[in-house]
Design a protein around this ligand. Structure first.
Ligand SMILES: CC(C)(COP(=O)(O)OP(=O)(O)OC[C@H]1O[C@@H](n2cnc3c(N)ncnc32)[C@H](O)[C@@H]1OP(=O)(O)O)[C@@H](O)C(=O)NCCC(=O)NCCS
Length: 331
């Protein structure tokens, strides 16, 4: 797939070190093999080297680094760092030490915070909530963003007839269940950067709803309109519009009819959903009915890159997310 090849080529020029939290899972170990062979990034597999090599003798893991949090030289120091970060929230040094040695997401997040790796990917085994919680507690949001969110990079099939965009950003599909206007505005800001940095397109952002420009009245549409006002105030340079229905956002003829004055309608390449029900269902519809490739969930708005996976992922999905993580670490 052209988009993925371009992504891998861009990532490989950066020489980043990406850790995979679930090193003892076959899919992560296989992804490490592919990433290393294709030189997309350098890989740290978090897990017990002996167990990994014994479990997967068919894999060639030459060039991959292994780190076992139970015995790693860094673990004592990482526990102290975690304790300092979380002591005001009631964490003891003993609890921090236990978390570092038994939870690869926390080990990886502290390694990232300390600059020992450039990015972290987990979620083949960990739940999305576990991945998010470790990232929120250790890495936190970047300056100017209060709420971290997520996006999917959606690569349309070759015969997609509504746009020639190489990929779309769908957001938020995995983190904030019912965003208030400020949170929705944070989602737009982060999705803008995801479109620029990951897809390398000039973002045209549609804030989606079941209403287009006041065609329906409901507090949910008011929420989207209030968020749009905040975005326009904060980022007068963004090409963003709403509230609008999906067809008005991506189908030129419908956009012209429903929102004739909009510079986004009919041409959107970033779709911001009003809540997580819509976002999560929406990306899965595009994936399953529409034949899009869905890469993610990619976390956006974090100070440093940590990314999640679907628990149903395959090694190739991890490869794609690791490449995106490398790109995020360069921005
Ligand atoms: C992500 C999620 C787990 C956070 O849950 P939570 O109960 O708010 O987590 P906690 O209360 O333990 O919060 C932990 C920390 O994260 C912070 N936090 C929570 N959500 C945040 C966000 N969106 N951005 C930044 N920080 C956030 C909290 O402020 C808290 O910080 P602190 O401990 O330093 O004060 C929750 O929003 C969630 O379950 N979302 C849905 C995820 C999901 O199931 N998705 C499935 C679809 S793939």
């Amino acid at each position: 797939m052209k988009f993925l090849d371009g992504l891998y080529e861009r990532a490989s020029k950066l020489g980043k070190i990406i850790a995979l939290a679930e090193g003892e899972d076959f899919r992560a170990a296989k992804a490490a093999e592919i990433l290393t062979k294709k030189k997309i990034c350098k890989v740290v597999l978090i897990g017990d080297e002996r167990v990994i090599l014994e479990k997967f003798p068919e894999l060639d893991l030459e060039g991959v680094t292994f780190e076992n949090p139970k015995t790693a030289a860094n673990s004592d120091n990482y526990a102290k760092v975690l304790y300092e970060l979380r002591k005001e929230k009631g964490m003891t040094l003993e609890a921090a030490d236990k978390l570092i040695r038994t939870n690869a997401m926390f080990y990886g997040c502290v390694a990232l915070k300390m600059g020992d790796i450039d990015g972290l990917v987990g979620g083949a085994v960990f739940s999305s909530a576990d991945v998010s919680r470790a990232a929120f507690q250790v890495i936190k949001a970047k300056k100017g963003i209060t709420s971290v969110s997520s996006c999917f990079v959606m690569v349309p099939p070759d015969d997609f007839k509504y746009s020639n965009a190489p990929a779309f950003i769908f957001s938020d599909c995995a983190v904030i269940p019912y965003p208030n206007p400020n949170q929705l505005s944070d989602i737009v800001s982060a999705a803008y950067l995801s479109a620029k940095n990951i897809v390398e397109v000039e973002p045209k952002i549609a804030m989606l709803s079941f209403s287009t420009k006041g065609s329906a009245k409901h507090e949910s549409c008011d929420n989207v309109r209030a968020a749009l006002d905040i975005v326009k105030e904060l980022h007068p340079d963004y090409n963003v519009d709403g509230e609008m229905q999906l067809d008005a956002a991506i189908v030129e003829s419908v956009g012209k009819q429903k929102a004739p004055d909009s510079t986004v309608a009919g041409q959107a390449n970033v779709l911001v959903f009003p809540n997580l029900d819509a976002g999560n269902i929406g990306y899965k519809l595009a994936q399953r009915f529409g034949g899009c490739m869905a890469i993610g969930p990619i976390m956006q708005g974090l100070a440093l890159p940590v990314n999640d996976l679907s628990r149903g992922c395959v090694a190739e999905d991890i490869v794609a997310v690791a490449a995106i993580t490398a790109l995020q670490s360069a921005n």
